[in-house]
Design a protein around this ligand. Structure first.
Ligand code: DX5
Ligand code: ZN
Length: 235
């Protein structure tokens, strides 16, 4: 869904399942299954083996996913030199592209470039990166992604201290009067989803908690939605 038609939805918690936990041999079916299971969008983790010690999807897979689902595809680029690949991923079908602060020498320019491609723009920070590093680019961010684990692999445990950063970014988004979504990614499950939302997250990425759920993605997504709804969080 191109940026020009996207309307931020401020009063509901969105679930963005990560395909990293899906069966890579049936990735199109996994995307279709997520659409059938109530996912709000699909989180596509792109890894280059340099920024993170792992490899995953490239532009061809994004094209396959684009054909397989009408859900928004949000790409999480865990790659060095993302500027060189923005237009390729955008033309492959990305609706949103998130880059890492840690590898962008000119983050302001990179985020502006993503928007010129009519994609929603996102900036991500790793657990060791202070939240304030995004303060001066939030106005160019449709999405601020707080990594709650060190990136590269699914199935890790959420680092509790990172939730203070979610609070800080939420406060800064409100202070600046922005519509930026605040997303958490890594180790999110039904036991900590409420704490993430209470801290100020409105988008939850989850791989293991969705694809590893005993009742499959539909059960995993429902469990996350219940966790944030039952606890009095909107959703
Ligand atoms: C890790 C990725 C995450 C990961 C989340 O580098 O960015 O999106 O797939 O997976 P879980 O939810 O299993 O931690
Ligand atoms: Zn991710």
């Amino acid at each position: 869904m191109p940026r020009s038609t996207w309307k931020p939805c401020r009063d509901a918690i969105r679930i963005a399942p990560s395909l990293l936990a899906a069966d890579f041999g049936h990735i199109a079916e996994a995307a279709h299954q997520l659409e059938e299971s109530g996912a709000d969008r699909i989180h596509v983790d792109v890894m280059d083996g340099v920024f993170v010690p792992n490899f995953t999807f490239g532009t061809d897979t994004v094209r396959v996913l684009r054909r397989a689902t009408s859900l928004p595809l949000e790409l999480h680029l865990m790659i060095v030199n993302p500027d060189a690949h923005l237009s390729t991923f955008a033309s492959a079908g990305a609706d949103a592209i998130t880059v890492h602060y840690e590898v962008c020498a000119n983050l302001h320019r990179t985020l502006a470039s993503i928007r010129t491609l009519d994609c929603r723009s996102g900036a991500a920070i790793n657990p060791s990166t202070p939240a304030g590093m995004l303060d001066d680019v939030l106005e160019l961010c449709d999405l601020a992604l707080v990594m709650t684990i060190d990136p590269g692999f699914g199935g890790q445990s959420l680092i509790p201290r990172t939730l203070h950063k979610v609070e800080q970014i939420r406060r800064e988004v409100e202070r600046q009067g922005l519509d930026t979504e605040v997303e958490v990614d890594g180790g999110v499950d039904a036991t900590n989803a409420k704490a993430c939302v209470d801290a100020g997250a409105d988008v939850l990425v989850a791989g293991t908690a969705v694809f590893g759920h005993k009742d499959g993605p539909r059960g995993g997504i429902a469990a996350l939605q219940r966790a944030v709804t039952a606890a009095g969080a909107t959703g």
